[in-house]
Design a binder for this molecule. Structure first.
Ligand code: ADP
Ligand code: MG
Length: 317
């Protein structure tokens, strides 16, 4: 199968949005812009770094799009279009079929259009560029947190770490819990609806890709503030509760790959969030507050808690 047959078979679909004047098949896509602002983001997944070289195509396709949609969600944007740059060592039709099914599983319910990309031979790697829409002047930035704001996290943190540890045999969970945490690692649900709902309400937001501590710290530094977090409020799943005696807080704080949203909220907007919560697909937990004193302080049962390491950083050490 040549490059063009591959694109036609797995990736070319009639665009859903009337704004896509030209999608896949020409030298560039043509988009009629709407009113407001665009949010544009890109993320690369490399085999052996971001996923195991023998990972299921479906999971890789799903996650490659999910991590990009998570970034758009953290900006409060509505995802609309994406581009796919694919490097594959060989044309493995079964793998590509799974990969494209994983992509569409996420893209179709959100009616997002794949509008172009590039296909090359090379070590397996996937780069997706996702484009979303925002109202004029919209966008949930990292630098908007103010002293006195409450800090929230969606869903649960730490389950992706459990998925990773259960795969490597470091922990053993009953089958139902094991399947749940592997799902969270391989097919994280980007918090698109939650990000959209928080647009215009949250004062700052970020998605948790490198761990709560590292990502919340980005918000604090960008905003020129500090925070006190109450670890007893950390949203941990039933699976995590089971592993807590062995793992403690660290995986939930520093492993990353959770793709939850961490956001700050002026206290007077609390009623707005309570009104929105029934529309959320996950819980929302108040974990602490923004302070004037710079830095991030984690309060546990026995006073201040210091995790063993920071968040995930590709160039550490
Ligand atoms: P060009 O050589 O003009 O850059 P290509 O031959 O690379 O164009 O691609 C042909 C068309 O297919 C373009 O519209 C491009 O955006 C699209 N395309 C290529 N690879 C992919 C892919 N992996 N997913 C989606 N669209 C793709
Ligand atoms: Mg090209």
């Amino acid at each position: 199968m040549d490059e063009f047959a591959l694109i036609t078979r797995f990736f070319q679909r009639p665009p859903r949005s009337a704004r896509v004047a030209v999608g896949i098949g020409d030298d560039a896509a043509l988009i009629d812009p709407g009113p407001g602002r665009l949010a544009v983001t890109t993320d690369t997944l490399v085999a052996g770094v971001h996923f195991l070289a023998d990972a299921e195509g479906y999971d890789v396709g799903y996650k490659a799009l999910a991590v990009n949609l998570s970034d758009l969600a953290a900006m409060g944007a509505r995802p609309c279009y994406f581009l796919l740059n694919l490097a594959v060592p060989v044309v493995d039709e079964a793998w590509l079929e799974g990969f494209s099914r994983g992509l569409w599983a996420l893209a179709d319910p959100l009616a997002i259009d794949l509008i172009g990309g590039d296909t090359v031979r090379g070590p397996l790697s996937i780069t997706i560029t996702a484009i979303g829409e925002l109202p004029a002047d919209g966008g949930l930035r990292r630098d908007g947190a103010h002293v006195g704001d409450h800090i929230y996290v969606t869903g649960y943190v730490g389950d992706a770490a459990l998925g990773f540890y259960s795969r490597s045999g470091r922990i053993t969970l009953p089958e139902a819990l094991r399947a749940g945490v592997c799902e969270r690692l391989n097919r994280p649900a980007p918090r698109v609806a939650e990000g959209l709902a928080l647009q215009g309400i949250a004062s700052a937001a970020i998605d948790i890709s490198d761990g709560l501590v590292a990502d919340l710290n980005h918000v604090l530094v960008a905003s020129g503030v500090g925070a006190d977090i109450d670890l007893r409020r950390l949203p941990l799943s039933a699976a995590y509760d089971r592993c807590f005696p062995m793992l403690g807080f660290d995986p939930a704080l520093t492993f990353g790959d959770d793709y939850e949203l961490c956001f700050t909220l002026p206290p007077d907007r609390l009623p707005a969030v309570h009104r929105l919560m029934p529309h959320f697909s996950c819980g929302v937990q108040h974990i602490g507050d923004v302070t004037t004193v710079p830095g991030l302080r984690l309060h546990g049962d026995r006073g201040l808690y210091e995790p063993a390491r920071g968040g995930f950083n590709h160039f550490d050490g």
